[in-house]
Ligand binder design. Sequence first.
Ligand SMILES: *[C@@H]1O[C@H](CO)[C@@H](O)[C@H](O)[C@H]1NC(C)=O
Ligand SMILES: *[C@@H]1O[C@H](CO)[C@@H](O)[C@H](O)[C@H]1NC(C)=O
Length: 260
Amino acid sequence: MRLFLVFPFLAGLVASLPSQIHQQPFGLMDEHQSSKVNVSLYVMSRCPDARLCEDVFDSVINKEGILDKIDLNIGYIGTPKKSEVLGVTCKHGLEECIGNAQQLCLLNHLPIDKSYSIIQCQNYPSSFPRDIGNLDSLKKCVDTVGGVDWEKSGLAKCIEGKSHSTTITNNDDKEDKEKIKHLGKEAKKLLKKNINQTYEKEIKTSCTIDIDSTISGKQGRRRCIVDGGIWKGCDDGHTAQDFIRVIEEEHKNLQSKKDD
Ligand SMILES: *[C@@H]1O[C@H](CO)[C@@H](O)[C@H](O)[C@H]1NC(C)=O
Ligand SMILES: *[C@@H]1O[C@H](CO)[C@@H](O)[C@H](O)[C@H]1NC(C)=O
């Protein structure tokens, strides 16, 4: 009985193969490249405006099904500078550069919802932004969120490098050097590359939210900025609901293009 059921299906498949062989590689490539909506948040880890837009986006990424529809990129804002030990400077100082680098390690080694929850945890103690860049404080948030193995996840190596020991020093400058020394090679590399990419895009305001658009009349991108607590240029709105609606629209448009 089983054969009888399967055979017509197989016969149909074989009959349709020649045309499919011709089209499939391109079809698959299209699907891979353009089925997700590019969403970018440009931030600085010690900036209150970044905290504001990360908070709005927390509701966006927690909306069921949204993470399957977007490619989320977090870009840190700073200035490439070869003479600096880290190769970059950050508006709110060295601690911010270290904070950015630590968050990049989270984003590179954990699923996005996990890393995002840890960043949210860092953003909301009353001490903000004082503890951003502080290793103990970061580890506390990793524990609070839970389900992350500091070593096995690769975070330890990325963030702390090989040496986990600390040297006690009273001199400020030496202290800075110690902090940098205890930042992993990978963290430094991620920081330099990420800040360079944002810099090359000439994005200077934290927080800038870009959603790539393929809908005509949107000039290829929908941008929304929050600066000094004020939302600017957000033609499609700036609440979580608005961002979700825009992402759904863009995703639907990408799907319909694929079906053409
Ligand atoms: C998303 O960004 C990537 C890399 O910049 C680009 O190649 C791709 O075409 C973008 N996709 C859409 C749908 O805009
Ligand atoms: C950023 O990286 C690109 C590509 O590696 C490089 O050509 C450029 O000089 C870098 N920009 C800065 C400001 O360092």
